[in-house]
Design a protein around this ligand. Structure first.
Ligand code: AFP
Length: 309
């Protein structure tokens, strides 16, 4: 399709190329959702019913990310096993459509990317880049590498034609442009929002105690798609958690596809992450679809959580 024209293709910078592939694919994924809201008969490795959109977005990203020479492995929340993509030194992971249960009620969703310099499953300490796309009122992308976090607005050709010119020279990814709207993104020091997943009666007592204090101080922002909720925290400061549950001490979210990349981005933006006892990036990665409690946000809010656990 439009891979070859992009100036970043074949640049040998696998992280930049992976970012460009996801940026280029975002408008197409967004435009392709409307006709793919139906359920399939399939279930992913986590036992979740797959929507047509989940499978379609997964196939699209697999095809394009494995076409990058330096990519040797591909894994997805929607696939049981790691795909061997040749002898490239990098492994990429995707959550093709985070929050796909939000497609039916037309709420926010996201796409999550992780780039590891080790075979999968790999701990977050082997991440060399991570990014997420947020399909909200507009389409944005947040990337992190070498401690640098940047937020972009993604503009497809059609959308660009109708937009007033911002004058900024956007990054060219072929027919899709990324315009940097925030460089050196850092969590605001004064947190204002929180979002906690899982049913409240199912929270463990120690998490419920922590949540009780936080609810006194911050405003609730929870939409059911981690990317939308985490972007609230990255924008306004605060804490997001999908915690340990009485019925599921390991929580719901997947370490490889969700926990690690989000922890890498939030920590690169001056925040912190935890699984209740240590940074998510230090957690052992034993299985490709292993779950983990996820806590990310301002350092002091995460230190408080670990002190209470
Ligand atoms: P879906 O992809 O099945 O919508 O799950 C979204 C998610 O993985 C994550 O984005 C949310 O934070 C969390 O699950 C929502 O879970 P609840 O539906 O239990 O609130």
């Amino acid at each position: 399709m439009h891979d070859a024209e992009s100036p970043t293709a074949e640049s040998g910078d696998a992280i930049a190329e992976a970012f460009a592939v996801v940026a280029r694919s975002a408008p197409e994924i967004r435009d392709g959702l409307a006709g793919r809201r139906g359920k399939t008969d399939g279930r992913n490795a986590s036992g979740e019913t797959q929507l047509a959109a989940d499978v379609w977005a997964d196939d699209l990203l697999e095809e394009r990310l494995t076409a990058i020479d330096e990519v040797g492995q591909f894994a997805s929340e929607e696939r049981d096993d790691v795909v061997d993509a040749g002898d490239g030194e990098y492994a990429v992971t995707v959550d093709p459509l985070d929050g796909s249960s939000n497609l039916k009620p037309n709420n926010t969703m996201g796409t999550i990317l992780g780039v590891y310099d080790a075979d999968l499953p790999a701990p977050g300490s082997h991440l060399v880049g991570a990014a997420y796309v947020l399909y909200g009122p507009i389409t944005t992308m947040v990337t992190a590498r070498e401690g640098e976090v940047t937020e972009y607005v993604i503009e497809s050709e059609a959308r660009r034609a109708s937009e007033p010119s911002s004058g900024d020279e956007p990054r060219d990814d072929g027919e899709v442009r990324r315009r940097a709207v925030r460089e050196d993104v850092t969590l605001p020091a004064d947190p204002t929002v929180y979002g906690f997943g899982g049913r409240v009666p199912n929270w463990t007592d120690r998490f419920a105690d922590y949540a009780g204090d936080v609810e006194e101080e911050l405003k609730l922002r929870y939409g059911g798609a981690m990317i939308g909720d985490v972007n609230q925290v990255v924008t306004y400061g605060g804490v997001f958690a999908y915690p340990e549950l009485d019925s599921r001490p390991e929580g719901k979210l997947r370490l490889q596809f969700e926990g690690n990349p989000i922890a890498y981005i939030v920590e690169s933006a001056g925040g912190a992450s935890s699984n209740g006892k240590e940074s998510l990036l230090d957690a052992d990665a034993e299985e490709i679809h292993q779950r983990t409690p996820v806590y990310v946000g301002n350092e002091d809010l995460i230190e408080r959580l670990e002190a209470e656990f």
